[in-house]
Design a protein around this ligand. Structure first.
Ligand SMILES: [Zn+2]
Length: 122
């Protein structure tokens, strides 16, 4: 039987908390497989911020929280490069984590934040 997920806080600011799954996964569950428990641990300090995690393969996913519980996963698009973000700035907007075009400090109609927020750049 595996122990609960082993994670560290990768990023923590006004609007976003990002966890990183650190394993080792022969001893610990992945965050993906232990999401209810992980969200329960984080909830006391989350205070309405948006929660993400780097999964065991290094991909960024959102842990959607509803009524202070894990609700569902939401995969992010591939992370933007510096060049991508520079190009967005030149156009006066940004992509949200699901690929929608939004205000630099905005979120889309599907409640996905601008990458600039997730990256702590705004
Ligand atoms: Zn969207």
């Amino acid at each position: 039987m595996s122990a609960h997920a082993n994670y560290r806080i990768e990023h923590d600011d006004l609007r976003v908390v990002i966890l990183r799954d650190v394993g080792p996964w022969d001893k610990h569950l992945t965050i993906t497989n232990d999401a209810e428990w992980v969200v329960a641990q984080v909830i006391p300090t989350l205070r309405g911020r948006t929660l993400f995690y780097y999964d065991s393969e290094g991909g960024l996913d959102q842990l959607v929280v509803k009524f202070n519980r894990f609700f569902r996963f939401s995969a992010c698009q591939a992370e933007p490069t510096e060049d991508d973000m520079q190009a967005w700035e030149d156009k006066g907007g940004a992509e949200a984590t699901d690929g929608c075009w939004v205000e630099p400090d905005g979120e889309c109609e599907h409640h996905h934040l601008s990458w600039l927020i997730v990256k702590g750049l705004i």
